[in-house]
Ligand binder design. Structure first.
Ligand SMILES: [Zn+2]
Length: 287
């Protein structure tokens, strides 16, 4: 899933390629992709793109006539830019193409979604706050206003595991399953650590890890074409998705805890004092 660094880079890519162009047409391949009906999608025709921004993991394309095309790529979605977009609108059905935006010079992009669980979402609104997922976002960790005190306030009193806090878009915007693993590895902190139990020193360490991990990921993907971002994300990660491989910091074997629909990865030596975390699913299998 694209998280803050990839969405930030997609926004930068679109800013460089699409701002100043008029929209020739916008097409959703299915009814389920478009989550709004007023204004209709065809009202975008002729609007000039003035800015491309980001709210958490949402992309926001602004038009000169006050509309915002907001896109959430969900777990298996991606944006594919083409200098020459096919002229026909995308066909509903088996194609992975969920949405197509064509610009006045024939360039544009497709939003694609792999797999059968379709979650990719597009909204056309007058105000980004009309999108429920945007309206309820927590503060953006890349923003200058996101200070160590901001993080301390967000963690205080939460008797939940830090991994869940980092991933919760209502608490902090933009960090998902992959970068929460990376942040916690950089902080040498157990994903199961209880947020409210953190000392000021823990908070300072976690804060530095959030800022550094995200900034490095944004820097690595800056200037890359949209097509190259996905592989860059994979190659840049140190623990996420790397169970069984060596920790790049200490050489211990990276371990995994599985949940119903996701898994987290961590390094026991770096993060949990060498002790493996309980994996309920795995221990049930072993009984
Ligand atoms: Zn390690």
């Amino acid at each position: 899933m694209p998280e803050l660094p990839e969405v930030e880079s997609l926004a930068a890519f679109l800013r460089a390629h699409a701002v100043g162009h008029a929209i020739a047409r916008a097409d959703a391949a299915s009814f389920s992709v478009l989550k709004t009906f007023d204004p209709p999608l065809d009202s975008l025709t002729g609007h000039v793109i003035t800015e491309v921004g980001r709210h958490g993991k949402f992309l926001d394309i602004s038009s000169d006539q006050g509309l915002h095309l907001i896109m959430h790529l969900a777990r298996a979605g991606w944006l594919r830019w083409r200098d020459e977009l096919p002229t026909a609108p995308p066909k509903p059905g088996k194609s992975p193409i969920a949405f197509r935006l064509r610009l006045d010079d024939g360039s544009g992009f497709d939003l694609t979604e792999a797999g059968t669980r379709k979650r990719l979402a597009v909204y056309l609104v007058r105000d980004p706050a009309e999108v429920p997922g945007v309206a309820t976002l927590g503060p953006d960790p890349m923003a200058a206003e996101f200070t160590e005190q901001t993080l301390a306030d967000l963690l205080a009193g939460r008797r939940t595991q830090v991994k869940g806090v980092l991933r919760d878009q209502h608490i902090i915007a933009g960090i998902g399953n992959a970068y929460s693993d990376e942040v916690l590895h950089a902080a040498k902190m157990s994903p199961f650590k209880i947020a409210s139990s953190m000392t000021p020193a823990d908070v300072a360490t976690l804060y530095d890890a959030i800022k550094t991990t995200l900034a490095e990921a944004v820097e690595r993907s800056a200037g890359l074409a949209a097509a190259d971002l996905k592989s860059e994300k994979k190659s840049g990660l140190r623990v996420h998705g790397k169970a069984g491989q060596d920790c790049p910091v200490c050489g211990d074997t990276i371990k995994e805890v599985s949940f119903a629909d996701s898994a987290l990865q961590y390094c026991p030596t770096c993060q949990t004092g060498g002790k493996p975390l309980a994996d309920r699913r795995l221990s049930r299998l072993l009984k």
